[in-house]
Design a protein around this ligand. Structure first.
Ligand code: HEC
Ligand code: HEC
Length: 219
């Protein structure tokens, strides 16, 4: 009995490692097949500009800034918003579910290529004292709760590390905080290898607010 349990645990771990490898490869494949930014721009102007701005520098706090985001990451999110084969979407958003419904994979690649080429406007944190508390979490995590430093995966200047780790620098603090809450409650990224669920689960509401404020001014 004991032996069997051990064997199945090892099998589960191997499956986890394999699935994250497969994911990394899929993401790289998606990046290799470059999208056509000019075609992406046409769709963006018609269907996305009202909420994300023409160049992806959204000025509405609930709508994420897409300018300068990595193409592979954008493609993954657009796929995640779509429910497939009757299964619920990986990432829950009634607004974005409606937006991605008519998009083909090529449309997604083209949109991603367009937004990745746009220049993000530098952000400024509104609450300097809160941002200073957030910087400590971003750079050092929290030893007591086992929270890792955000900089390890999202890079010290928030530029992210393609293909899997998104750019965060200058993102709206309201949007960042909402995403951390969504990871915590599993409304977002129900992948097997859900690093952000484990991370957000270790954060207090105060830590979420502080790190989000810091990220909004990070350059
Ligand atoms: C009515 C407003 C609206 C429109 C139009 C819209 N979006 Fe969004 N978009 C949002 C909101 C709100 C979110 C955040 C969803 C959430 O809370 O998870 C979002 C999230 C996203 C994200 C995830 C970004 C990230 O950092 O993870 C991408 C990518 C995106 N939108 C692309 C698009 C594209 C491409 C279009 C056009 C085809 C579009 N959006 C149209 C409101 C909109
Ligand atoms: C072990 C690596 C890792 C660490 C450490 C990490 N993240 Fe992430 N983060 C990820 C991955 C992977 C994603 C993309 C998830 C997906 O594909 O939807 C992500 C996505 C995010 C997003 C969503 C971005 C967007 O545009 O919607 C936010 C916000 C975020 N992380 C914040 C943080 C914060 C704050 C910390 C530190 C407390 C942190 N992350 C630490 C791996 C990490």
């Amino acid at each position: 009995m004991q032996g069997m349990k051990l064997v199945s645990n090892i099998a589960a771990l191997a499956a986890l490692a394999l699935s994250s490898q497969v994911f990394a490869e899929t993401a790289t494949e998606a990046g290799k097949a470059r999208g056509d930014a000019a075609k992406g721009r046409q769709i963006a102007t018609q269907a996305c500009a009202a909420c994300h701005n023409a160049d992806g520098n959204s000025t509405i706090p609930a709508n994420p800034i897409l300018a300068g985001q990595h193409a592979e990451y954008i493609i993954k999110q657009l796929k995640d918003f779509k429910s497939q084969d009757g299964k619920p979407a990986e990432r829950e958003s009634p607004i974005m579910a409606a937006m991605v419904a008519p998009l083909s994979l090529d449309d997604m690649k083209n949109l991603a290529a367009y937004y990745a080429q746009q220049t993000p406007k530098p952000g400024v944190a509104k609450d300097k004292a809160l941002a200073e508390q957030g910087e400590k979490i971003y750079r050092g995590g929290n030893l007591e709760t086992g929270l890792p430093a955000c900089a390890a995966c999202h890079s010290p200047n928030g530029a992210g590390i393609p293909p899997n780790y998104p750019r965060l620098a200058g993102q709206h603090s309201e949007y960042v905080a909402a995403q951390l809450r969504a990871f915590r409650t599993d409304q977002r990224t129900k992948d097997v290898n859900n690093e952000m669920h484990m991370i957000a689960s270790r954060m207090s509401e105060k830590e979420i607010q502080a790190v989000s404020e810091f990220i909004s001014g990070l350059r």
